[in-house]
Write a protein that binds this ligand. Structure first.
Ligand code: NAD
Length: 292
């Protein structure tokens, strides 16, 4: 019989991931926002009324929540996932959190005979829909082998990167690089527009040149159409840069670019744009350049 899977937190990222798991496994879903689950129920997922109900029905339970406080509350509070999971259950957190969060969860889960992996993902909502995500797994490699077929449903690139905490460290490194690339693209674009260049000309030329990156693809999809619907919210990118800076402080590694990148997320949040896509940082750079 196919492994029964549970999925808790089916927002922008969790929803398409759960949709792909459902194509291969019997799936139970729970989100504290009932509207977030409706398309999955319509597609054949079972609806749960609580996280406890998910635990009753699933051998492997995946979670995809906003940030460390949400994850620590769901896993570690009285009546939470760690306390209520049946021994032998595999819990997998796909959220991007501080490395200290999975390091708190794993020993508590172990005491109860429950397995825990961290598995933050990258590839955005489009990668989640296409099941092409990169999955950065920290934790016991033998447990990963048992969970691999389920993770394979969300992406082909599954990396075993070390003990718990290592997955969220590499995830924070990735997101810092992605954000800095993206802001550099936006600053170049704003300067180009002040100089009278067409944004699509900049796109075509840089794509064929040495300044190209994945960030460039946002020019036709988000920047030119000014589509700032999330996607990946400013508040979540701010959290990931905070994670990068926290790790840097703990290790006494002096870092620069992440601080600059976080300042733009802070400016966007101060302007009331926390729930818009990170591409909305363009409007902050435009204001600095007095560009209409
Ligand atoms: P989101 O805010 O769209 O979704 C989070 C969902 O979790 C919401 O539907 C919310 O109702 C639900 N939730 C929160 N607490 C809950 C609880 N205790 N029980 C049940 N449901 C609960 O956020 P998102 O964009 O889906 O991001 C989720 C995580 O994935 C974040 O850590 C984010 O950094 C990471 N991530 C996002 C992207 C992206 O492109 N959006 C890409 C990679 C990683």
């Amino acid at each position: 019989m196919a492994t029964s899977v549970g999925f808790i937190g089916v927002g922008n990222m969790g929803n398409p991931m759960a949709g792909n798991v459902l194509k291969a496994f019997p799936l139970t879903v729970f989100d504290k926002n009932p509207n977030a689950m409706s398309n999955l129920i319509a597609a054949g997922a079972q609806k749960a009324g609580s996280h406890q109900e998910v635990l009753e029905r699933a051998e492997i339970v995946m979670t995809c929540l906003p940030a460390s406080p949400d994850v620590e509350a769901l896993y570690l509070d009285a009546g939470g996932l760690v306390e209520r999971a049946k021994p032998g259950t595999i819990l997998i957190d796909l959220s991007s959190v501080l490395p200290s969060t999975p390091r708190k969860i794993e020993p508590r889960a172990k005491q109860r005979g429950v397995h825990f992996l961290e598995a933050p993902v990258s590839g955005g909502v489009s990668g989640a829909k296409a099941a092409t995500l990169a999955v950065m797994v920290g934790g016991d490699a033998a447990v990963l082998e048992r969970a691999r077929p389920v993770l394979r449903a969300i992406g082909p690139n599954i990396f075993s990167v070390g003990p718990v905490g290592a997955g969220n460290t590499v995830k924070a490194i990735n997101n810092m690089m992605a954000c800095v690339n993206s802001l550099a693209m936006m600053e170049g674009l704003v300067l180009g527009r002040r100089a009278g260049l067409d944004p699509m000309t900049i796109y075509e030329v840089v794509k064929a040149s040495s300044g190209g990156s994945k960030a460039l693809e946002r020019i036709p999809t988000a920047i030119v159409p000014r589509n700032f619907a999330p996607g990946f919210k400013v508040a979540l990118m701010n959290k990931d840069l905070e994670t990068f800076n926290t790790i840097a402080k703990e290790l006494h590694v002096p870092v620069s670019f992440s601080n600059v990148a976080q300042r733009y997320q802070q400016a966007a949040m101060a302007a009331g744009l926390a729930d818009q896509d990170t591409s909305v940082a363009l409007t902050i750079i435009e204001k600095l350049a007095a560009l209409e």
